[in-house]
Design a protein around this ligand. Structure first.
Ligand SMILES: Nc1ncnc2c1ncn2[C@@H]1O[C@H](COP(=O)(O)OP(=O)(O)OP(=O)(O)O)[C@@H](O)[C@H]1O
Length: 533
């Protein structure tokens, strides 16, 4: 833990407060995102903010950085009381506060170098010598943060994680910010790079004791290892700050989820009267660099969930591996009892396995096409007439049927898909998959980025497809959703299948799934798993 690591008098925590918020409330229509939140961060500190999705972490950061105005409450930043009504991003910057958001905000066509100095007052006024000095500074940012880019590259060619790190480099080195808020900056970094980045943060607060970092993370391991204190957000309320050295990982997980591991029965009814045959199975499936030795069996009419931390667990590669989009080095997949060798998406489709990628907008939606183009994309071959021409009456009929059956809000099949909301686009994708009459649906985070209403509808559609004895595999960042839908849940942690929860054998709760995902033992899986994770 950081206190111990940074022993020998190197602890830089001062008693000075970097920022403090009191009684902070933020209400949106129908949502109380922050409820009377009070917390503080000291100078020289790396302060963790943890909490489940929707707990209020990002809203808290947005209020602190002037992006959102609080409904009520007070803030003190570096000794100054903030005038809450007038507080905005320029004022936050003037006080030394910078937020590095999850999604990059850089100007895509400008170069890395210009982005770094955009808005800093340097642009356009430089002589040769200063330019040389700045280029050196840019190179230093790139080197120190291990960014794969050159100063002259348009920033759109730089990966999202590197863009986030560049924004961080800009806050730290160019703008000299003192209160740096990091919204899941470690989420997409590979493990070793993440560790080096967190070590870098530690070294920076030691070097500049007036600095503070506030780190939102879903990885409680890294909070335990690198943070001095932590504030837990739960349902808009703050718990803490807590000294990390005073709590265990297990206690922290309990605070995040609300503690009890009482099993709430899932609402998904299981049809026990009849056991359907296994339609999809994997044995010792290994995808190098992602996961190894994953086995499961899935019957028709059942849902298998896959849970694990984003990126680092390797779970994101499981569904792509099944359809040949991620490398498989060992193991076997069987569909309907027959082996599926050398899978490609086309081969998989022929065998009745259809896949909805997590990044549906980039990888599945035909953005320039109509709703109809999107609905029929996988079955055009089936609706050609003898001359090979698309039967337009049939095409329209199927599209209208899909629009009705899937509750897609679109005026006609001919409207551009881009005019639909995220939830409706997702329903179009589900309808497209279902049109192929699949044996199994592989859905990577099907409710990601859709509003609550659409979420419920999508869950309903998945359930309906079970009645036709389809099998479904679903990944989700929401433990509640997994518990509600799934008959079995695979827990993947650092590339290993660490546990299979099966409703036939036990009831499981969202808390339990959360703890397993984080590598914390549960009341049932005895102690020891915490260490082995
Ligand atoms: N602009 C907004 N309008 C309406 N509601 C919002 C807005 N921004 C956030 N919310 C709601 O406020 C609550 C807190 O959201 P917030 O984004 O802070 O969660 P979070 O803890 O950061 O979650 P995640 O880990 O998923 O990023 C949620 O219920 C969210 O739907």
């Amino acid at each position: 833990m950081m206190h111990q690591d940074s022993g020998e008098g190197t602890t830089t925590l001062t008693d000075r407060i970097s920022y403090r918020v009191e009684g902070l409330t933020k209400t949106f229509p129908g949502v109380e995102a922050l409820k009377d939140v009070s917390m503080e961060v000291r100078e020289g500190e790396i302060h963790g903010i943890v909490g489940k999705n929707g707990a209020g972490k990002s809203v808290l950061m947005s209020v602190l950085s002037g992006l959102l105005t609080a409904t009520a409450g007070e803030m003190h930043i570096r000794g100054q009381a903030v005038d809450m009504r007038r507080y905005n991003t320029p004022r936050a910057h003037a006080l030394g506060v910078e937020l590095i958001p999850q999604e990059p905000t850089a100007a895509p066509d400008m170069s890395v170098q210009d982005n770094l100095f955009l808005g800093s007052g340097y642009a356009g006024k430089l002589g040769f010598v200063e330019l040389g000095r700045l280029s050196e500074q840019v190179r230093e940012v790139i080197d120190r943060l291990e960014i794969s880019a050159r100063p002259e590259w348009p920033i759109k060619y730089v990966s999202v994680e590197d863009q986030q790190l560049l924004a961080f480099g800009k806050a730290l080195y160019v703008n000299n910010a003192q209160v740096i808020l990091l919204d899941e900056i470690t989420a997409t970094l590979p493990r070793q790079r993440k560790t080096r980045f967190l070590q870098f943060l530690k070294a920076e607060v030691e070097r500049k004791p007036e600095l503070s970092f506030t780190l939102i993370s879903h990885h409680i391991d890294e909070i335990m290892e690198f943070c001095d204190r932590v504030t837990v957000m739960r349902d808009g309320q703050a718990i803490g700050p807590l000294e990390v050295s005073d709590i265990t990982k297990s206690e922290l997980a309990d605070l995040i989820t609300g503690g009890t591991t009482v099993s709430v029965p899932g609402t998904r009814p299981t049809d026990e009267s009849e056991e359907h045959p296994v339609v999809l199975s994997a044995r010792n499936l290994t995808s190098p660099g992602n996961f190894r030795d994953v086995s499961f069996e899935l019957r028709g009419g059942q849902v298998l969930g896959v849970a694990g931390l984003a990126e680092s667990s390797g779970k994101d590669a499981l569904l792509p591996a099944l359809v040949g989009l991620a490398k498989v080095s060992e193991g076997e997949v069987h569909v309907g009892g027959e082996p599926l060798r050398g899978a490609t998406p086309r081969k998989a489709l022929k065998r009745g396995l259809v896949y909805l990628p997590k990044k549906r907008e980039e990888e599945a939606v035909i953005t320039e096409g109509s709703v109809q183009d999107n609905l029929l994309a996988s079955i055009y071959e089936r609706i050609r007439n003898l001359l090979g021409v698309i039967d337009s009456r049939k095409a329209r009929e199927i599209s209208l049927e899909n629009i009705r059956g899937f509750g897609i809000k679109a005026r006609s099949p001919n409207v551009r898909i881009n005019t639909l909301s995220g939830g409706n686009r997702q329903k179009v994708m589900l309808a497209r998959l279902m049109n192929t009459s699949p044996v199994a649906l592989l859905l990577d985070e099907p409710t990601r980025g859709v509003d609550l209403g659409a979420k419920a509808e999508i869950m309903g559609l998945i359930r309906e497809s079970l009645a036709e004895r389809r099998a479904v595999i679903i990944t989700s960042e929401s433990e509640e959703e997994l518990v509600e839908l799934c008959d079995q849940i695979l827990i993947i942690n650092r590339g290993r299948l660490v546990r299979v929860l099966s409703r036939e054998e036990e009831n499981f709760s969202p808390q339990e799934v959360y703890r397993l995902v984080q590598g914390v033992g549960t009341s049932r899986s005895e102690a020891g798993s915490e260490d082995s994770a």
